[in-house]
Design a protein around this ligand. Structure first.
Ligand code: CU
Length: 153
């Protein structure tokens, strides 16, 4: 009995250690920018999807998001929703500044990453990857959780 307990304790310790190591390795890079809360609002019938993410700048200089690409979508563009009285329209955004020691949210009602021309079947529950390029030369390969509209309400 006591042997069994020891084995179990050793096993869970190994799991915790490797998980901790992976997390530390991911966060310990020299990147100024990190991404959090990355998700995609999926729509049926091959309608364009929208990607959302919060970008955090740990450095003391502003950094601009300058390009987005994806192996999962033919087209990935940063758009801003602009309200124009009773109507809304989307405008292209060339660069988005993440302030020094600050963050910017690409979030519903403001910015979104328009995702069109999926290269394979994408469904809620999947993870897609967007590559975010920044003005300081860094590139962030970011996993986005794909959610159905019902999951995001
Ligand atoms: Cu759009």
């Amino acid at each position: 009995m006591s042997i069994k307990i020891k084995t179990f304790a050793a096993l869970s310790c190994t799991v915790a250690l490797s998980f901790g190591f992976a997390t530390a390795a991911f966060a310990a890079g020299t990147n100024a920018i990190s991404a959090k809360d990355a998700w995609v609002r999926w729509l049926p019938n091959n309608l364009p999807a929208a990607g959302y993410v919060t970008l955090v700048n740990a450095s003391d200089k502003p950094v601009d998001l300058i390009d987005i690409s994806s192996n999962d979508y033919g087209d990935a563009m940063l758009h801003q929703t602009v309200s124009n009285g009773s109507t809304q329209k989307m405008v292209m955004v060339d660069r988005l500044t993440v302030p020094a020691h600050g963050q910017v949210a690409i979030a519903p009602g403001g910015y979104h990453v328009m995702l069109e021309d999926a290269k394979h079947k994408v469904a809620p529950g999947d993870t897609v990857h967007l590559t975010l390029k920044f003005s300081d030369g860094e590139t962030l390969d970011t996993p986005f959780a794909v959610k159905s509209p019902a999951q995001t309400k």
